[in-house]
Design a protein around this ligand. Structure first.
Ligand code: SAH
Length: 459
């Protein structure tokens, strides 16, 4: 049944003046016209703007920012020319101080609304000295305008249209040379970009990872096929770029938004690059997760260490351990650290990384955290501290149940999505844990994303 047409205070395609009150979870400005909520990309709190209403729903609508009549004191000119259109950065028009305040408030709101926790003030966000050029990893989509062109860049906001660019202010400048070489190779050898609609064409993405410490670079080309023609030419030109240490192809023939395929074939060089966080060295292979902001990762892990407050006698679980980064960071202060991770290649890295650093008190397991930790619990294995660092969807309920049965002294929750963290912390709160401290860390400047570490203590 169609809802009755109620009169809205705004009319689609009409222009209005309004004041923005808040910044939403995706960085959009939010304000009201006669009590009716409008979301306006690019507008900031306290700004008076001219807006065109472009979409209306019963309880809220969307507006296009036409003009800023009174700008916020936190508004700055984005450093990047394509910041407005690109889906990568949502907050370049907001001063860095403004970004940090926004992220603190975002975590505070979510922890209250979803976590039901009202008696904790979230710490100030740990920011960066230089909040640009911080990423060590990039995945450039490759496409075509429908002619013979090769377009490499980033997806536009909320779309898969590629905005062509070879300069990104949060990436490493060397990527410009890398995409230049791949593009030239593709044009010369008639290697076509992949087309998502027709599922034809070859090159889907160019992925690179740079070690900030050793400078080593890993370059990957994700292809809809098994091999690249005349790949020797590509290899030889990529090798001319200083510090390229390995080149691989990743086979991905699926109709999917997942970027990397599961099969990695090294074309040349080492199958991993080495980086350091603090004193600990890590080898990282193409399929392994590794934090994208190495400068902030050290601050993040130091917070984990501080929250875990280890004396040297503790048994620790590091759930969702990736290549064992947190496990090895904590190992020196613990009796034993056990890590669990679902990607087998990452666990191979984790074991090698323990050897690389001469760390003998770690054990690593491949599998789902919820299954492995529960299985071990049923065999009698206990921990004093459990660190969890799940992907965006948060912890599996079964893992939370096991934690509540095991009752470790502390749970340190590392999260890239405050929403799911708040949900899980609420469950643990009902199972005997109290939140002691919440520390956001800005791993992703210029974007709306925020990383958080929370300390939970057994009541
Ligand atoms: N702690 C690591 C990795 C965190 S990212 C670091 O700081 O580098 C989250 C990791 O969880 C990824 O490596 C992902 O592969 C892994 N993962 C996802 N689901 C999982 C599950 N159910 N059990 C164990 N690991 C999982």
């Amino acid at each position: 049944m169609k809802a009755k047409n109620v009169e809205l205070p705004v009319v689609k395609n009409e222009y209005y003046e309004m004041v923005i009150d808040d910044l939403g979870i995706n960085g959009e400005g939010i304000g009201k016209i006669d009590g009716y909520t409008l979301f306006v990309d690019g507008a900031l709190p306290q700004e008076k703007i001219k807006v065109k209403v472009i979409k209306t729903k019963k309880n809220f609508g969307f507006g296009k920012l036409i003009d800023i009549l009174e700008p916020s004191i936190h508004r700055i000119d984005p450093v990047c020319d394509i910041a407005k259109r690109c889906g990568g950065c949502q907050l370049q028009h907001l001063s860095y101080e403004g970004q940090l305040n926004y992220k603190q408030k975002k975590v505070q709101d979510i922890i209250e609304r979803i976590g039901g926790i009202t008696d904790i003030e979230v710490n100030k966000v740990i920011g960066m000295e230089n909040p640009y050029f911080y990423r060590n990893k990039v995945q450039f989509p490759v496409g075509s305008m429908g002619d013979d062109s090769v377009n490499i860049g980033f997806y536009a906001m909320r779309s898969h249209n590629i905005i062509t660019t070879d300069k990104c202010y949060i990436q490493q400048p060397v990527n410009k040379d890398i995409i230049g070489v791949v593009k030239e190779y593709m044009l010369k050898n008639n290697v076509k970009p992949y087309n998502e609609v027709s599922h034809k064409g070859v090159v889907r993405h160019i992925v690179t990872r740079v070690s900030f410490h050793t400078k080593e670079i890993m370059v990957g080309v994700v292809i809809n096929g098994n091999k690249l023609p005349n790949s020797d030419e590509l290899i030889s030109n990529l090798r001319k770029i200083e510090d390229v240490a390995g080149i691989f192809i990743s086979v991905n023939k699926e109709k999917t938004n997942v970027i990397m395929g599961n099969k990695i074939k090294m074309l040349w060089g080492k199958p991993y690059i080495t980086d350091y966080i603090g004193e600990v060295a890590y080898n990282i292979s193409p399929l392994s997760f590794y934090q994208v902001n190495p400068v902030q990762t050290e601050k993040l892990y130091s917070k984990v260490l501080e929250f875990a407050d280890l004396s040297g006698d503790e048994i620790v679980w590091d759930a969702y351990c990736g290549i064992g980064t947190i496990s090895l960071f904590l190992a020196g202060k613990s009796k034993k650290v056990m890590g669990v991770e679902i990607v087998p290649e990452a666990i191979v890295d984790a074991k090698k990384n323990a050897e690389l650093n001469d760390i003998g008190n770690t054990e690593f397991y491949v599998g789902k955290a919820e299954e492995v930790i529960t299985g071990k619990y049923n065999e009698g294995v206990r921990a004093d501290v459990i660190v969890v660092d799940p992907p965006r969807k948060g912890c599996d309920r079964e893992l939370l149940e096991t934690i509540m049965k095991m009752q470790p002294e502390k749970v340190v929750y590392v999260s890239c999505d405050p929403g799911t963290m708040a949900r899980d912390v609420k469950v643990l709160g009902e199972g005997g844990y109290r939140v002691e401290e919440i520390q956001p860390v800005d791993m992703f400047p210029q974007t709306v994303h925020v990383e958080t570490v929370s300390l939970l203590i057994k009541k």
